[in-house]
Design a protein around this ligand. Structure first.
Ligand SMILES: Cc1ncc(COP(=O)(O)O)c(C=O)c1O
Length: 380
């Protein structure tokens, strides 16, 4: 595997982006420029009272990025790792993705003039599907029923078929490729570290492949040895083992173990209830105007539960993988809430937010930068 290019100086807030010297590979040159142009994603700080104690939570909003999620960084790194195979005519990237990674890969492949096939299942957000197609990506569907637990296995089997049958097909393989976590260690994590403030005591992040958390953990174990690192997953996912059960949220969870995480990566693993995660999204949006995706709601619920049990933790960090704008037809739609057995009114959802949390206050001076999601909001 080619070595990972160092992230550009854009990794540190306030630093001047550096332009890397041209290489012999135009794909690498393009990716280097995309990293140099990538914005520092913002943080927003909120307060909440848990178990009678005021707590501070810093949310890193990865949705404010070119392809709308933390997976933009992963996509750049994955393509970089296979760049040597992409310079032949007809090179095609094939990847199994439930959404955000596919969106980022489709946009980058369009810029590079590469064919891209996303192997997807029916649970994926229709907004993300449309965006992948608008970018010229092709969707290859597996027909796994919604209530099955084999979506991922079925997608991976289909990827293997495509790679076997298509000439010049390249599979970056987000589930096995170390380029996945390395980029978060060298880029996402130092950026968050610089924004986090000195008093942060615990970090919370969701898991699917485990790449984001593995990278964050490797960095923060070095720079802040006292920081507690907590993985958040949803019940029914088997990233940390157990028996798979049907799940409704996309992005977070998987029906296989993460190969990137080991016992040393985390201090705690929390499995949260998906309905609480959804309720938390609505409470956060109503109180602060910040609309996040369902997996960020799960991360926040995990954080609230942890704060409830650990009164000494006053300042927590949460990595929020995306915003609410992809979830107008799901997390923020009354019919979807009804199917989840949830009421549509934020006031009634508030009581399901968990950890006796009654609400949030935004403490930033900056106005809300997230808007209420709409079905027309198709990311490009
Ligand atoms: C929407 C979304 N994107 C990305 C991630 C991170 O996934 P991974 O563990 O594959 O890095 C998550 C995990 O919660 C997520 O929900």
């Amino acid at each position: 595997m080619p070595p990972t290019l160092p992230p550009t100086a854009a990794a540190s807030p306030g630093a001047t982006p550096r332009t890397d010297p041209p290489t012999a590979n135009p794909v690498l040159d393009h990716l280097g420029r995309a990293m140099a142009d990538y914005p520092v994603t913002p943080v927003r700080t909120i307060h909440t009272e848990i178990a009678g104690i005021r707590r501070t939570i810093t949310l890193k909003l990865e949705g404010h990025s070119p392809w709308s999620s933390v997976k933009g960084r992963t996509a750049l790194s994955l393509i970089q790792s296979v760049a040597g195979e992409l310079t032949v005519p007809g090179a095609t990237i094939v990847e199994s993705t439930s959404g955000n990674l596919g969106l980022a890969l489709s946009a980058i492949c369009r810029e590079l003039g590469l064919r891209f096939i996303a192997v997807v299942d029916r649970r994926q957000s229709p907004i993300i599907q449309q965006a992948i197609e608008a970018n010229g990506g092709e969707l290859d569907w597996v027909k796994t029923p919604d209530d099955a637990t084999t979506h991922l296995q079925d997608r991976l089997a289909r990827v293997r078929e495509l790679v076997r049958d298509l000439p010049h097909a390249v599979w970056p393989n987000q589930y096995q490729n170390d380029a996945n976590w390395r980029i978060h260690e060298s880029w996402t994590a130092p950026e968050f570290d610089a924004q986090a403030g000195e008093k942060a005591q615990a970090l919370f992040a969701g898991v699917s492949t485990g790449g984001t958390l593995a990278g964050l953990s490797r960095h923060f174990r070095r720079t802040r040895p006292g920081l507690r690192i907590v993985a958040v997953d949803v019940r029914g996912s088997t990233v940390f083992g157990g028996v798979p059960r049907p799940r409704a949220l996309t992005g977070i969870g998987a029906s296989r173990r993460s190969v990137f995480l080991d016992a040393a990566s985390t201090d705690d693993v929390l499995l949260v209830d998906e309905r609480q995660a959804v309720a938390c999204c609505h409470t956060l949006r109503q109180d602060t105007g910040i609309a996040v995706g369902g997996s960020s709601g799960a991360v926040l619920v995990g954080c609230l539960e942890y704060l409830y049990r650990n009164p000494e933790v006053r300042h927590a960090l949460c990595l929020c993988p995306d915003l609410g704008d992809h979830y107008g037809p799901t997390v923020y739609h009354p019919a979807w809430l009804d199917r989840m057995g949830l009421p549509a009114e934020a006031d009634r959802l508030r009581h399901r937010t968990g950890a006796a949390c009654t609400g949030f206050q935004s403490v930033d001076d900056t106005p809300s930068t997230t808007s209420a999601p709409s079905e027309e909001d198709i990311p490009r």
